[in-house]
Ligand binder design. Structure first.
Ligand SMILES: *Cc1c(COP(=O)(O)O)cnc(C)c1O
Length: 425
């Protein structure tokens, strides 16, 4: 495979951007080699600057659930652009998108739109602290909630190395109120509540952990979190930036039937445009300015082009709910083929989300995820890439299917997985 053009672009980009990229995982740091520079994408395929074609399982990290450049979404964006790109004033589109979101996720009685998942979670935590008057929060090792200072502690995927805080430039005092628990481990949560019964304002969790590879919640774990937070007067925040509109129209909260106090959305909610949303119980959201004393604002928040993409995406999903069982079945076929081809690995799946770990032992939390052989992952990744299958350039990211993936795409991928396994042994 020729990637000369990508090589040249990457070399030049390294002069302009740290590591040549504008978000770290894109640099291929953990798998080695040169990142392919994407020229365009259509349906389930991306095309690079050298003219190579790939079946894409990164899917912009989740947003393009209907496939790349899907007609009705592109059309909605084009139409919105013609009416102006941004006004800094309220619009009918925000109301329409808010209405669709609440229809799908009734727990989001009142919400605020922002421009990224990072902003959504940062702001939800501020609202929770403002509402409860408590400073401490609980997060889980290996869960990623964006790159705001207080959450860069054992933050998964791009930040999956180092200690607390994960990042230089974050004063220890910024993370001193961030308490760490182990995903799927009730006792680690109970311990923190017994230590700080009156101080924990919020517990934030990915209801399906998807930033340490995929780790589904054990049966009863989300119910346990719901009960213990209610008992201590702590707000339960589901970070559904990945799972929202991915596990189903009602997100993970609909899928598992556990309702949080606050929810954060991103990725699919903007259909490929920058968008984040946080919301929940009206009484809690009423602390947000200008109604309440928790300040939060944004020049481009509720942007008309982004809301247009979100509306078109969510409407399409509501009109075609059969997308979800179809995605889950196709994911199941890929999972089966991975398990058969690579018997010494572990594969987790929840709905249409799945990921492969190069370890024999069950992966149920951060520590067991770290047992994965990342060198083997890198070899496997490059074999797939060389054969036209574009997957996440990191062991700790997951694979995303879209409605545009065809049976033919899946079959072709299964065939290449088989050959890749042969090349590993
Ligand atoms: C992607 C992600 C975020 C951050 O969203 P950005 O739009 O990248 O800022 C937050 N939480 C989860 C669970 C995510 O997967």
């Amino acid at each position: 495979m020729k990637i000369e053009e990508s090589k040249v672009l990457f070399e030049k980009s390294r002069e302009y951007f740290p590591g040549g990229v504008n978000s770290p995982v894109r640099a291929f740091g953990s798998v080695g080699g040169v990142p392919v520079f994407v020229k365009r994408a259509s349906g389930s395929h991306i095309y690079d600057e050298d003219g190579n074609e790939y079946i894409d399982y990164v899917n912009s990290w989740g947003p393009c659930i209907l496939g790349h450049a899907w007609g009705p979404v592109v059309e909605a964006v084009r139409e919105a652009c013609l009416d102006g790109l941004s006004f800094g004033a309220p619009t009918r589109k925000e109301l329409v998108l808010g209405g669709l979101i609440r229809e799908c996720m009734p727990s989001m009685e009142m919400m605020r739109m922002v421009s990224s998942g990072t902003e959504a979670v940062m702001s939800a935590i501020r609202a929770a602290r403002g509402y409860t008057g408590r400073d401490k929060i609980i997060k889980f090792k290996g869960c990623y909630h964006g790159h705001s200072d207080g959450l860069l502690v054992k933050a998964g995927s791009g930040a999956l190395t180092g200690s607390a805080p994960d990042s230089a430039g974050v004063p220890a005092s910024y993370t001193e109120h961030t308490l760490l628990a182990q995903y799927n481990d009730e006792s680690s949560v109970k311990k923190l509540f017994s230590e700080y019964p009156d101080d924990i304002g919020a517990l934030v969790v990915e209801p399906v952990a998807a930033n340490m590879g995929l780790v589904p919640p054990k049966p009863g774990f989300l119910e346990f979190l719901r009960d213990i937070t209610a008992k201590y007067g702590t707000l339960l925040i589901f970070d559904e930036v990945i799972t929202g509109f991915r596990m189903g129209l009602g997100g993970a909260q609909g899928y598992y039937g556990v309702v949080p106090d606050l929810t954060t959305l991103g990725k699919i909610a903007g259909g490929g445009m920058p968008m984040g949303v946080y919301g929940g119980k009206r009484e809690i959201m009423e602390v947000v300015s200008p109604l309440g004393r928790v300040y939060q604002a944004g020049t481009l928040s509720g942007n008309p082009v982004a809301t247009a993409a979100g509306i078109a995406t969510i409407r399409a999903l509501m009109e075609r709910p059969e997308i979800y069982p179809t995605l889950e079945e196709r994911a199941g076929r890929l999972v089966k083929s991975l398990r058969e081809a690579l018997p010494d690995t572990w594969v987790n799946q929840a709905g249409s989300l799945f990921s492969l770990f190069f370890t024999k032992n069950p992966v149920v939390d951060y520590d067991t995820a770290l047992a994965s052989d990342t060198v083997k992952y890198g070899i496997f990744f490059h074999y797939l890439l060389d054969h036209g299958i574009y997957t996440a350039p990191s062991q700790f990211e997951i694979l995303f299917l879209s409605a545009a993936h065809t049976d033919e795409d899946i079959e072709k991928t299964c065939g290449i997985i088989k050959k890749a396994a042969g090349s590993l042994s």
